[in-house]
Design a protein around this ligand. Sequence first.
Ligand code: SF4
Length: 576
Amino acid sequence: MDRIVRINMTNLTTSIEPVPAAWVGLGGRALTSTVVATEVPPTCHALGPSNKLVFAPGLLSGTAAANSGRISAGAKSPLTGGIKESNAGGTAARMLAKLGIKAVIVEGQPVDDKWYSVHIAKDAVTVQEETELVGTGNYDLFGRVHSRFGLPVGVISIGPVGEMRMLTANISVVDPDVHVRSIGRGGLGAVMGSKKVKFISIDDTGTAPVMPKDAVKFKDAAKVFAQTLLDHPVSGQGLPTYGTDVLVNILHEAGGLPTRNFTSGQFAGHDKISGETMHATIVARGGEPTHTCHPGCQIQCSQVYNDKDGKYLTSGFEYETIWGMGADCCIEDLDDIATADHIMDDIGCDSIETAVMFGVAMEAGVLKFGDGKEVVRMLREEIGKGSALGRILGGGAANVGRVYGITRVPVVKNQGIPAYDPRAVKGIGVTYAMSPMGADHTSGYAVATNILSVGGHVDPLSKDGQIELARNLNIATAAIDSTGMCLFIAFPALDIPACLTSLIDMINARFGINLTGDDVTALGKSVLKTEHEFNLAAGLSKEHDRLPEFFSREPLPPHNVVWDFTPEELDSFWNF
Ligand code: SF4
């Protein structure tokens, strides 16, 4: 029997409640966004007591379905001012699902200045004062929480950046190898910090894997689904071999790799930071070129990157981070970028927001373009320790732009734009502008069709077909994010019909229902509309669904293209 866990941080009580009828068919993002839209006043302060932080495993989490172990977190974002969902791998989703917990809702705020931890086990949820681990980085914290319980519990935590409630703060989730996985975007770590929760530990002792209503049908569908992941060239070969960093050379060739704070679409040092170079470096140093962020991942795009001495340096070393610190900040030393990645995981800040912020700070002259050693120092000594400069930098790209009077600030709804220039990859530009999440490539990954020719091909430099493409992908993604599936299943889902049908078959077998493809599309539309309505009620308007002015004024080399959508064209995104 599924349940909702509520943790009231004002009076330090917990409750275990039945799932309201309206929430029974929801999971992951559909559930976090519904809870936030239902229970959080849209105009509340995101760091005040009225905001709520919701964690939810997906509809298929805890089952044997490949790639179904993502956990969603949702709240009103202190960065965008709108609703936010962000998700990560790790062990938490599987453990919560096995415990029969559909969502964890953290609400209120302590009246004292103490820190707390929350422990969730079979039939018991407790809140304790936490003194020992306050101020600790995530890597150290994970090890010490495991030691405290004497077993590999699930852990959801914040680092010092979250404790200081900076807008770049993320939430970290422990993975099976005790590495950090990040619920990265929107400053949700600051919300957890505002609730004074340093970490949540999860013990699934005494539970069994989630059993589908129809085990035979589920097993058959899961087999077909897993095979489609292996059969697609992107999920079956490209991502497992080179990780997401395979995209550096591809985007450089396409002229859409944002470079030197979004002033060019090509980076001269691209070879030094490419997926091919990263793969060769990992192999030469005895690392793991193929690795998983959660149990049951079939694609395994993660990796273990060692330093020059063959010692662990980082994992989950993503294209977005490597692009941001690399091309956007012009840092060509992969070891400097890997060191920055490790520190960001440890202190708990979003690598996309932080890298975009450093690009703006470099343009402002705070540090020099290409100075990887200074980035590492600033992460450790300024942001990680909360100096006055660190607090400014830790406020994110828009904050630094305002403080230093910079006009080339690549953000939408205050959130840093990821690794694809919207002038040269126009479909993803529509997603950046229109997603209720702020600039977020994962909301509707039009790069797949614009650049990788997955799901057909739409010319990345032309406006034709981009609104419809981005709309359809945003709807589909809102549904996928509700299943607990990793977004990378979208590659086979766009090209191999059996991928989507087997995914729906698994949901039906899991719950004993008869959803159709149209039902899944309706779910995605409903989630997007719920999120959009929350944002409108929170004070965001059409004018916030726009890209910064410089994208329309400054042609991007090498194609010399500008962002040229009219407001009316963009607003037609919501015609569904
Ligand atoms: S494909 Fe990559 S991001 Fe997705 S679940 Fe696997 S390791 Fe994690």
